[in-house]
Design a protein. Structure first.
Length: 195
């Protein structure tokens, strides 16, 4: 397992993974906001988890993501989804998540676009990218297995907000649980995460 300067803005390594798993944080490794992480192994499977922006003045963006065909979105807060539409400009990409995360992302992206115009901060994506992003969702129920390259993945309730998920990833050599933002307490809006 290799970690590259979590939370720092570095170039994505060009050399392939020799063995094991590579985690490369594009942002958010040691801070709140502009979350993004690439997970990759030597089978050629590469997955992006979340791709957000920090809603500061001006907004703070993560490092540029390398090319990916699949991203899993843990939930629809802007620090986890704010840069997702930009990905559609350069990639034929599928966004995996719960149906509620997909639905709420539309509201959040349209609001982010509107606020950027009002506050005068340019976004790196436009309305066309937003529309492509909305068409790129593949939704899953909690507990449903799906494939990403040579990996099996499934979503588990995270409790952080309605639709939020943890991600279980099974590679040929590892089992990973990506918690995302979680809360084990039940609330009026959602059930808590179960260990």
């Amino acid at each position: 397992m290799v970690l590259y300067n979590p939370g720092q803005f570095t170039k994505y390594p060009s050399e392939p993974v020799d063995n094991g798993i590579r985690f490369h944080f594009l942002g958010g490794g040691d801070e709140v906001g502009n979350v993004g992480c690439i997970i990759e192994d030597n089978t050629g499977t590469r997955l992006l988890i979340d791709y957000g922006l920090a809603p500061t003045r001006p907004p703070k963006y993560p490092d540029q993501s390398p090319s990916v065909t699949d991203a899993i979105i843990t939930h629809s807060h802007i620090d986890h989804i704010g840069m997702v539409p930009w990905l559609t400009r350069f990639n034929n990409i599928r966004f995996h998540g719960t149906s509620l995360t997909a639905d709420v992302s539309e509201i959040m992206w349209r609001d982010t676009y509107k606020v950027s115009k009002i506050e005068g901060y340019p976004l790196s994506w436009d309305k066309r990218d937003l529309e492509y992003a909305l068409e790129s969702w593949v939704t899953h129920e909690y507990g449903e297995w799906f494939d990403v390259g040579k990996w099996k993945c499934r979503l588990h309730r995270a409790g952080h907000m309605p639709g939020a998920c943890m991600i279980e990833i099974v590679t040929p050599t590892h089992r990973i649980l990506w918690s995302g933002d979680l809360d084990t307490r039940d609330s009026p809006n959602t059930y808590g995460a179960k260990p």
